[in-house]
Structures are given as C-alpha cells and as structure tokens.
Design a protein around this ligand. Sequence first.
Ligand code: SAM
Ligand code: SF4
Length: 487
Amino acid sequence: MPKKLYLETVGCQMNVLDSELVVGTLRRQGFELTTDVQKADVILYNTGSVRQHAEDKIYSALGTLRSHKRRYPEKIIGVLGCMAQKDQERVRRRAPHVDIVCGPGQLAKMPELIAEVERTRRPQMAVSLGRAEASRPEVTGSFESYDPMRDPAMRPTAFQAFVRTQFGCDKFCTYCIVPSVRGPEQSRHPEEIGAEVRQIVNQGCKEITLTGQTVNSYKFPHGDGRTTRLSDLICRIHDTPGLERIKFITNFPRDMTDDLLDAVATLPKVCRYLHVPVQSGCNEVLRRMKRLYSVEFYQDMLNRCRERVPGVAISSDFIVGFCGESEESFQKTCDLVATAGFKNSFIFKYSPRPGTKAEDLFADDVPEEVKKRRNNDLLAIQGKVSFEDHRRKIGETVEVLVEGPSKTALKYDELPQFTGRTVTDHIVVFDGDKRLIGQTVPVHIDDASAFTLFGVVATGVLAYGRNEPQERTLVAARTERLSLPMI
Ligand code: SAM
Ligand code: SF4
C-alpha cells in the first residue's frame, strides 16, 4: 500500500511553491497525499517565520500531535521551511516528537531525511549556514534553490503556477527575518527558468507568476559581460507558445527600472499589475526600517509607473505599529493610503522577530491594542479607496481568467458563481459555467464592493464548447475592440 503524506503550509507564496515541489518529489517516490492528518504516515508542516502568528499556529498543531505520535511511534513528523531554519534544535526542544527539521535551502534532502528516519529511527536535521557562520560563498552554497520537476496536480489550479526567479534577499530591512532564513540573494539562470516555464506551459499552464523576495532586482551575470535583467527574462519567456499571462511579485521600490516598466507596457502577455510594498508613509519610520527610500521617492516611482504603463494597478504592503511609530507617523501613512490610489493593501501588525536588527536596536513600544486599531483604521481607508476604484469599473468589459467556483458558491453549494482575475489583478465574481474554468472570458461589470467586482459573461461565449476555436476568436475580437492587451 502506498505511504500517505500530509503537508500543511502556513506562509507566503514562497512556502506554497516549496510545498508544491516537495509534494511533487515525494509523490514521484510513491507517496499518496491525504488531507487527514490522522491517516498520514508522514506529517509535514512547511512554515514561514515572517510573523510570530504562523509559528504559534504550527507549534500548537505539533502539540496536538504529541499523543498521536506516542500511539503510532512509526509515523514521521517533520517541520520544513523558514521556521525550521530559524529555530533549528529549538523545534525539538519545544516538540521532542518531531523527527525532521529541514530549512528552505535544504529541501532537496527531504526524501533522504525520511529514509534515514525510517532506517535509524533517529531525528534528522538539515539546515543552511547562518549569515555570520562562514564566508558569503559558503553561506550562499548552503542555500540551494530547490526547483525539481513540477507536478501540475499539486497546484491550486492546473493553469496557474509560481516560478522562482530568485532565492534569498540582501536588503536587510530591520524588521525582516527573510535574509537570515532564506540566505543571500541568488538569481537563477534564465535558461533554467525558461525551460521550467516551457515545461509547465506544456502541462497546460496559462499563467506564470515569477516570484522573488525583490523580484525586480533579479540579475543574472553570465560571466562574459552580459547580464540578464528581469525585463530581459520576461522578454525571453514571453513568446512561449500557450502562455497567456505573466505576473511578477514582489517588487522593491528602488529597483523599479524604466526597462521593466516598458516591458510591462509593451508586452501583451504581461499583466498590468505591480505589487510594490511601501511599508510606511512616514520617512522617519522608513529610515528605522532601513527601506532605503523616502515617501517622496516612492511617490515619484508611482507616478513613473502610471506614466509609462497607463492603466496599471498597484498594490502595497504596510506594517503598522513598528517601533517608535507615533500617532503623527501613523497619520502620514493614512494620508498616503488615502491619496496613492492603491488597488489594495496588505496590512500587518508589527511582529518582533528575534535575530533581526529591529529586535536588537528598538523597543517594540506600540501596544497591541494600538497596533490593532491602526490596522483597522488603515484597512478602512484602503477599503474606501478600493471601493471607489471598483465603482469606476462598473460598465466596463474586462478580460477574466476564470479560476473556479467563488467562495460563496463553495460555501452554499451555489455552483453557477465563478471567480477569476483581470489583467490588473482585480477579482471578478460572475454567474458562469464550469467549462469556463481555465478560459479567459470577457465579463461585463455591473456591480462592485470594496473587494470584488461583479458581472456577467459577455453574451456568446457560453454558447461555445471548451477550447473550440470560435470561442478564442470571439474573445480576441472583443479584446481588439476594447483595445485591451491581446491574449
Ligand atoms: N520582499 C518583500 C518586500 O520587501 O516588499 C516582502 C516580503 S515579506 C515576506 C511580506 C511582507 O511581510 C512585507 O512586505 C511586510 O509588510 C511584512 N513583514 C515582514 N516582516 C514583518 C514583521 N516582522 N512584522 C510584520 N510584518 C512583517
Ligand atoms: Fe524582507 Fe526587506 Fe528583503 Fe522584503 S526586501 S524580504 S521586507 S528584507
């Protein structure tokens, strides 16, 4: 009987991608996935460590498994990812029943680690070197970008996939644990990325999201004077037959170069969406965060993005309650959100991370209730901005890549409701048909909330069968008329 594998992921898109790859590898070795933790022979948790919350969740899940492991000692429990790299032996001190601790730079070793536990019944740990433990080349070498063969069955949808461009980060924002748990910034060879994109697209994928902690600082020096930048990489993969959409996340404001913006503006498959976190609207806070830009620089960058890429949608991240953030500083962030016109913002309460500069240098002096209140206040301001942005879209017809049933449909079993995204990353909910999943269809927007656009599929599309050429022609004809990017 095949061995059963349970894997739970708590973290960012990097963790989601790592999980997909680990599961793909273990499935090729004969494991079968289960969603029932009690039935699994191998139980894995892949955890980010950007905020305390993710770690608390996993330590609590591990706690509930203690008696299960006592009853079934042959079962293998593993902790993977950033939390494993950060806590190392501490994982087993807090949860001695854990068999495997494996950092994100060591994931290729997972099959070996499982086999070793089965053979010896002894705990195994594979982590990369700390930044201060060795020379940069040695530390870099110990963080191996893990990009094995892809398994389409493991993705949330078969037609959308993340592709890694970079591993690690060298920016060292004072609040952030990423540079220590994912190591030095390393860009993957463009040929390797291009080959992976071709493979995934041949498997039926239509939308690729290139990922990197600061994806727009991607740079691959070929050693002969040539350098591949992100704009060059995008050009290179753009003409992959069958590929319809290219996105890239997350951008660092200082690295938003004109060549990249021109690639977004001119290459029709590139989505007109930029995620460029600013983190705060107050220069003093940005300085303490060591973000290396001012609010004025960021605003100029926003203007440049909008001038060079008409109609582009921009989203941001914010940290509220960072060390020393006064009411006055916070007000400046509120003013920025009220005026910058972000499509949406991801807002986080500052979570002190041991091992970061901020934890050493500054007091976490904003009380939890104040962080909560500021979080809610900022959400409310962004909510108004998003609502207005959405209302302006009423009456437009937009191209939607259909992802699947909407959350409401899943909850209440109302299947005709589907959801998808536009090229500007706006979420659209509409009445549809399951044959449209994975297709790009024109949707006429007739209503909006702060989070969602609502609409109806433009007439004609539903009349054709999946993948029939008439449907593509109809979509293309409409696209041309609306002068949206051709797909
Ligand atoms: N590299 C990206 C950048 O610089 O914009 C972001 C990567 S980080 C994994 C995602 C987001 O988590 C950040 O943009 C930041 O808003 C948030 N974050 C990072 N460290 C945090 C901390 N210690 N407490 C709260 N939020 C944090
Ligand atoms: Fe963290 Fe800053 Fe690097 Fe983003 S750029 S991963 S916030 S250190």
